[in-house]
Design a protein around this ligand. Structure first.
Ligand SMILES: *Cc1c(COP(=O)(O)O)cnc(C)c1O
Length: 391
């Protein structure tokens, strides 16, 4: 059980706003802010390198905490300044050539698709979009049929940025493993929202951000790479953090997933991410998911009960991201009305998920994304504002 009052009391933003934009950025908890401000002050007082040296054990503990969160080993974790760069480090390291195939889904994130298209143009590889099943999630039967000897990579957004869909990541993992195909899971919207375990999913690479449902600071992201997959990847950038120059004409890659990192990092942010992950582990991802997913389901139900309002989340398994539309009212106006009432929400961007937009003429939608620290009365506040516009 999550003690909502206690958690709200140590989340300064809860006193200011009805924050239903956790898919954009979750609210920082006070202990996270304290860790960050403390390290920043330390950097100012004793020097940035010296502060990092002094915090060496705490920084190492962040690798261990993130590994624990996703069910991996600490040497399989690499840190980045966002999830996009984490994902890029994995994807651009997959060797691809003419005729090779990348399989992805309709809900794939825009930046991922742009990278697929660039590499396809560069190498002659092909991008194949796996259709949805009747519920709107990735059709795993179609995926199994499409996987063949040309397939080099399955790239999947676990939860899209544009709705409450939870793609069947575990079944996709089974198909990928059976075929021996690399599997890259974009878990940016799922990590921190509900349990995500790489042992259960069976992916080879997983990327996530710090600032969304994990409630870490902006400007943080991480990549997990299965140790056994390292030999199948050609790390895309060699530099003084990811590799060691032998002094002659050769070099060796850093051990484990560190070979994907780059030299300079914000340790303020990394330590803040560590505090956020520690908090999620202490609360327990099962407890977090139980409350967060229930709030999402309640919000969806209450919105669907309002005449003139409809929700548009796909799939048989849906999460706390709720997308809705008010008949005859532009989405931007709905978001603005919510903002005037102190409710943080956003709109989906059609260009962010064009493969989805192609088959569903619904975007932009209002996107509301509660987290465990939200209350039912906050959901009511949002529904009330939206119902007011629907009249
Ligand atoms: C937000 C998001 C990203 C990008 O994360 P950044 O930390 O902003 O780089 C990637 N994939 C999905 C599904 C997202 O929602």
């Amino acid at each position: 059980m999550v003690d909502v009052d206690a958690l709200r009391a140590r989340t300064p933003g809860c006193a200011q706003r009805v924050h239903l934009n956790n898919a954009g950025a979750g609210l920082l908890a006070q202990p996270t802010v304290d860790v960050m401000v403390g390290h920043l002050r330390w950097e100012a007082e004793i020097g940035g390198y010296e502060a990092a040296d002094a915090a060496r054990d705490d920084i190492a503990a962040v690798y261990a905490a993130v590994a624990e969160l996703v069910g991996g080993a600490r040497e399989e974790i690499a840190f980045f300044d966002n999830a996009t760069h984490a994902w890029n480090a994995a994807f651009y390291s997959v060797p691809l050539g003419p005729g090779d195939r990348i399989l992805t889904g309709r809900a794939e994130y825009g930046s991922n698709v742009l990278a697929y298209l660039q590499v396809a143009q560069r190498t002659g590889a092909e991008v194949v979009v796996v259709p949805n099943d009747g519920s709107g999630q990735l059709d795993t039967t179609a995926l199994a049929d499409l996987v063949d000897e040309r397939t080099r990579l399955i790239g999947l957004s676990h939860v899209p940025t544009s709705g409450g869909l939870v793609n069947p990541a575990v079944e996709v993992g089974r198909i990928a493993r059976e075929a021996g195909v690399l599997y890259l899971l974009d878990a940016t919207q799922s990590v921190g929202q509900f349990p995500v375990d790489v042992r259960e999913i069976g992916c080879d690479m997983l990327s996530a951000t710090g600032r969304k449902f994990l409630r870490g600071p902006r400007g943080t992201g991480f990549l997990w790479v299965r140790s056994a997959a390292l030999e199948r990847l050609d790390p895309y950038v060699a530099e003084i953090r990811s590799a060691t120059w032998d002094g002659g004409r050769g070099f060796t890659w850093a051990d484990g997933a560190r070979r994907f990192e780059s030299w300079e990092n914000s340790y303020v942010n990394q330590l803040g991410l560590g505090a956020a992950v520690r908090q999620a582990l202490d609360l327990g991802m099962d407890a977090i998911a139980a409350r967060t997913l229930a709030l999402g389901a309640t919000l969806r139900e209450r919105l669907d009960a309002v005449p003139g309002v409809s929700t548009h989340d796909l799939g048989s398994n849906r999460c706390a991201i709720v997308t809705a539309k008010v008949d005859g009212v532009p989405t931007a106006e709905v978001v603005a009305a919510l903002a005037r009432a102190g409710v943080n929400a956003t709109a989906t961007v059609p260009e962010d998920t064009q493969f989805d937009t192609e088959v569903r003429d619904v975007h932009p939608l209002v996107r509301l994304s509660p987290h465990y620290y939200n209350t039912e009365s906050e959901l009511d506040r949002a529904v009330e504002v939206i119902a007011g516009l629907a009249r």
